[in-house]
Design a protein around this ligand. Structure first.
Ligand SMILES: *Cc1c(COP(=O)(O)O)cnc(C)c1O
Length: 361
């Protein structure tokens, strides 16, 4: 069967060469006589896999030496808890609430500290990023929290907030590796793998070393302490071994393509093709403010819910899968992560043009 163009927000499309390599190594990884799935995480072969994955990620993102890379589990959701549990010192943290994921993060933060909403775009259905140049940052804030790319509503921080010297925490689940970032501007970056990296089950945390302490809240379960994972090289317990292996293959794929500058160029070109079409369409329109548009998740609607449903149905039949918007917002969403080829977006735009012709009032 032919592969579809998969616009899923996550778990999402992976690069075909990665899937092919994984398939070719499925039964016998590099003459070990076994699959990576069957391998001890303490074996020599696996040690090489996880080390290479870390080194390749460091090279791709230009991660400074005073940052640790952790391969954990529990997804973005567990980071909503681990961040306040581990970084609570003064008991105050500031959150910029730009969508569902930030809302969940602040709700979780409130269980452990005084989590303050210092800015939000809730008044306009999260269709923009508030101006963050001069926010009322709390004097004693332990950190300032953002969700850098808003997967559900389709917005992105194109400029980081002015945290007035406080540590910046970023949920990069749906934009990590889509373009270069200056890691040194952050205290901690986290991302679930299943959007723009690899299979669900692996969570990546990039954390500045001075934030890895034993000053977590006293009831913090051992498994939720950054320190133990950092001390044990992500091997305190069995890590998600196969997921990390696939992430490693994706890192190699990105390095072979030329790294994140090239990836950025490709991603912006893909997004522009789709946004330009939306801006000129009589049937479809984008749902967020132009200056804040996500490069990864493109949200759009027609004039009616019935027409949206018809579009989702017909596009699926034509081989474009998962274009239905998130259940909380409706409409449509095309997630065009790193692994979505330009040809996929081209084909989608051609299909939308045809649909528009047939259904224009
Ligand atoms: C998907 C997503 C999450 C939630 O991830 P889980 O791995 O399901 O816990 C959190 N933040 C962002 C930005 C996401 O896109």
């Amino acid at each position: 069967m032919k592969r579809v163009f998969n616009f899923s927000a996550g778990p999402a499309v992976l690069p075909e060469p990665v899937l092919e390599q994984a398939a070719s190594e499925m039964l016998n990884y590099k003459n070990t006589g076994m699959s990576v799935m069957e391998m001890s995480h303490r074996s020599k072969a696996y040690e090489e896999i996880i080390l290479a994955a870390e080194n390749d990620l460091r090279a791709l993102m230009n991660i400074p030496d005073n940052y640790k890379v952790l391969f954990l589990q529990g997804g973005g959701h567990l980071q909503f808890s681990m961040v306040p549990l581990n970084l609570c010192k003064n008991g105050v943290a500031d959150y910029i609430v730009t969508g569902e994921w930030a809302k969940k993060a602040i709700a979780e933060g409130k269980r452990y500290l005084d989590a303050r909403k210092i800015a939000t775009s809730e008044d306009q259905m999260f269709s923009y990023i508030p101006n963050c140049d001069d926010l009322p940052i709390s004097d004693n804030a332990d950190y300032v929290y953002i969700c850098e790319n808003n997967t559900i509503y389709g917005t992105k921080f194109h400029k980081l907030p002015n945290t007035k010297g406080k540590i910046l925490i970023s949920d990069m689940s749906s934009c990590i590796l889509s373009e270069p970032v200056d890691v040194s501007k952050y205290g901690l970056i986290f991302a679930g793998a299943q959007k723009n990296i690899g299979p669900a089950g692996t969570t990546i945390v990039i954390i500045r070393e001075d934030l890895i302490t034993e000053n977590f809240l006293p009831f913090t379960p051992t498994m939720l302490q950054y320190k133990i994972h950092a001390d044990k090289g992500s091997m305190y317990n069995t890590p998600p071994t196969y997921g990390i292996y696939i992430c490693g293959l994706v890192f190699k794929w990105l390095l072979n393509l030329g790294g994140l500058e090239i990836m950025k160029e490709m991603n912006y070109k893909k997004a522009k093709l789709l946004y330009d079409f939306l801006d000129n369409s009589k049937l479809f329109r984008g749902t967020v403010e132009k200056k804040d548009r996500s490069v990864m998740n493109v949200t759009f609607v027609t004039a009616s819910a019935e027409m949206n449903d018809l579009f989702v149905k017909e596009s699926k039949a034509a081989g474009f899968d998962n274009l239905k918007g998130h259940r909380s917002v409706g409409g449509m969403r095309a997630s065009i992560y790193n692994a979505m080829p330009y040809a996929g977006v081209e084909a989608l735009v051609a299909f939308m043009k045809q649909f528009e012709k047939e259904h224009q009032l």
